[in-house]
Design a protein. Structure first.
Length: 269
């Protein structure tokens, strides 16, 4: 079974690479003309295109012998002709990456030591959903894949004004409604399964940047200029303390990503 999946991945790398490259180019060069939310949603086309390309010929919406004739595929069977060397190497790297990411996230969650926020404090932030406090986080964040939890740092009142934290909580609430953490896990696992393709890692980085940009776009819809300025200040404060390690949870990014987000806010305004 493993060698069948491996051969299928190799055979579809040309299509995968083309889709990922288009996605990266759109994120890098076309956000001036297209909204971040639109490009972010285009990520769903990647698995859809793979499914359509691998349908049986009788089920494909457009049938043509010329397409099958010119379809580029490897001229060898990687398992039968080369042996199990490449397959074993591939499975070894996949296993190491999956175990490493799982261990890092499991340890991170165990160290959070969550404390539920009191109802009166939640009312100040104008939100009724549960919020947790943790001394192990430096910025607001959402954790959990299927059941999400909104977490604030212990000193959030010192880091932000009440208006700023309300805007940041609105940003995190959008992540929760859209199940962005689940989308991150799916995209990251897909990236790990094609770890040998550098475009996959670049596309994952583009996906994460677009995720934050699209959230910014939704938060600032119909907001005043003063609220936009407050939100930008809050983003800068978050970016100064954001973690830089690979995580499936949404984060505020490094300096380059923060500059991109502030430029996007200014352009949209």
């Amino acid at each position: 079974m493993a060698h069948i999946v491996f051969d299928w991945l190799v055979e579809n790398q040309l299509l995968v690479s083309a889709l990922l490259l288009c996605f990266i180019i759109l994120e890098r060069f076309f956000l001036k003309f297209l909204t971040a939310n639109f490009v972010y949603n285009l990520a769903s086309i990647i698995p859809l295109a793979l499914v359509l390309a691998n349908l049986p010929s009788t089920m494909k919406p457009f049938q043509s012998d010329y397409v099958g004739y010119y379809l580029v595929k490897p001229n060898i069977n990687f398992v039968n002709d080369i042996g199990f060397t490449w397959l074993n190497l591939y499975l070894l790297v996949v296993g190491i990456l999956l175990l490493t990411i799982f261990a890092l996230h499991h340890r991170y969650l165990n160290n959070l030591q969550l404390i539920p926020m009191e109802f009166e404090q939640r009312k100040e932030i104008l939100i009724d959903s549960p919020i947790y406090i943790s001394s192990s986080v430096n910025t607001p964040m959402v954790v959990g894949i299927f059941t999400s939890k909104l977490i604030l740092p212990v000193d959030y009142k010192q880091q932000f004004t009440l208006n700023e934290i309300s805007l940041i909580v609105e940003h995190e609430s959008i992540h929760m409604r859209r199940k962005d953490n689940l989308a991150n896990v799916v995209f990251l696992i897909g990236t790990i399964f094609v770890w040998f393709n550098p475009l996959a890692w670049l596309a994952y980085a583009s996906f994460r940047r677009l995720q934050e940009l699209s959230c910014d776009q939704k938060v600032l819809e119909n907001k005043t200029r003063e609220q936009q300025v407050l939100y930008s200040k809050a983003l800068i404060a978050c970016a100064a303390n954001a973690p830089t390690r690979l995580m499936t949870y949404s984060h505020y990014g490094d300096k380059k990503m923060m500059l991109q987000r502030l430029t996007s806010i200014k352009r949209n305004n």
